[in-house]
Design a protein around this ligand. Structure first.
Ligand code: CTP
Length: 384
């Protein structure tokens, strides 16, 4: 274990070294920026290396990749490219300014210089650049005193309209606050509350909200972030709801989605099943609580998504025996099949699954003890 960690660290060093050496030896005007500079200042490892190039970022990225030999994907519309190499990602962007056509919508993008590029960013701690160009290697651009905010552990927006332009920054602020144990600077906190009050979150599209919620649950401190989301009125959860939140990040993610308005999120069919299950988790748990027999346990849990069943004993340990029983019941082989129903002349065929289910429940409760019993029961049934 320790060995692989060591080698990962070594590889990462060599990737950032190669990036820096490439630009320092080239004609490009390039800067390390954003998360990479912030994390290095904080002494934290970062697997993303963010570079901004004044000029054509994509062509610089292609030349860089001739050295790195990673997997490159470019996005000409945004003037950006990403290179994946050895588990690390190098993001290369063309310096740009952004103009928001209207609040909460994606911005229009124009080429610019590094200082203009820093102006468009979210927080002072992310608006620091360090030159890796030949001519001014090592020069720091910190127009908003981000280094001082890092030192004083503050998350601060660059301007009053920041959360209105891009309400995803509300989630981002809370992620940074909890990840680094920083404080929201007073005016930033006030502006954030104002944006929440103005209903800016609901102006975001479903995919953007889903992405932000997923990013929250990718953080180690997701539980604290959820607390903040509630505290600032971004999420309306009742105290009872919080008691129901499962204590693993994946399950908690689905649980939280179940508290957001229906139809707003672009969920896949499988995700929808889990989320709908969480919407009904309390009812299902009550039902399970009241279920004494195996057939009742099976009936309560068979329509429910696996993730929801998994969450129940975490939420209420008293239910763990019953969920274990259910897992065993799922391996029980039914005494009879559709073929038997056909043989006994049951009609119509669309009733088969209902009949098979009810016979299976009798089997689970040992009211039918063998295939022979089950066939006798069927024979009887076919006469009525
Ligand atoms: N950024 C921004 N506004 C946003 C998203 C991103 O200003 N809504 C800028 C920030 O300067 C940020 C950079 O784009 O540093 C890169 O974004 P991202 O990769 O999301 O953030 P990181 O800073 O790399 O942070 P993380 O560690 O969370 O990935």
């Amino acid at each position: 274990m320790a060995r692989s960690k060591y080698s990962a660290k070594k590889k990462k060093k060599s990737v950032s070294r190669k990036v820096i050496d490439f630009f320092a030896g080239s004609e490009h005007r390039a800067y390390l920026v954003g998360g990479y500079v912030r994390d290095s200042t904080l002494g934290r490892e970062s697997i993303d290396i963010d570079v901004v190039v004044e000029g054509d970022g994509i062509s610089a990225a292609r030349k860089l990749n001739a050295v790195l030999k990673g997997k490159i994907v470019s996005h000409p519309d945004f003037g950006t490219a990403s290179i994946d190499i050895d588990g690390y990602r190098v993001d290369i962007a063309s310096a740009r300014t952004e103009k928001y056509p209207s609040p909460a919508h994606l911005p229009h993008v124009y080429p610019s210089t590094i200082v203009e590029d820093l102006n468009r960013r979210d927080f002072t701690i992310n608006a620091i650049a360090m030159s890796i160009s030949r001519t001014n290697f090592g020069e720091i651009f910190d127009p908003f005193d981000g280094l001082s905010d890092i030192k004083h552990k503050l998350v601060r927006v660059l301007h009053r309209g920041s959360f209105i332009d891009d309400p995803t920054r509300i989630f981002r602020a809370l992620r940074y606050k909890n990840r680094f144990q920083f404080k929201l600077e007073d005016e930033t906190e006030r502006l954030m509350r104002e944006a929440v009050k103005a209903g800016m979150i609901m102006k975001l599209s479903g995919p953007r909200i889903l992405n932000e919620v997923a990013l929250v649950f990718a953080e180690e401190t997701y539980a604290e972030i959820v607390s903040d989301l509630i505290h600032y009125g971004i999420l309306t959860l009742k105290r009872r709801d919080l008691r129901l939140m499962p204590s693993t990040s994946e399950l908690a993610f689905y649980f939280l989605l179940s508290k957001l308005p229906r139809n707003m999120l672009p969920l896949t069919r499988e995700m929808k099943k889990v989320v709908d299950g969480f919407r009904k988790i309390e009812d299902t748990m009550d039902k399970l609580h009241r279920s004494g027999t195996k057939s009742k346990i099976y009936n309560a849990l068979s329509p429910v998504a696996e993730e929801v069943i998994e969450a129940m004993p975490i939420v209420n340990p008293q239910l763990s025996d019953k969920t274990k029983i259910f897992h065993n019941l799922r391996h029980v082989k039914p005494f009879i099949t559709g073929k038997d129903l056909k043989k006994y002349g049951f009609k119509p065929e669309n009733m088969y699954s209902k009949i098979l289910h009810s016979v299976f429940l009798l089997q689970l409760d040992k009211k039918l003890k063998s295939r022979r019993d089950a066939l006798a029961y069927l024979k009887n049934l076919s006469k009525n």
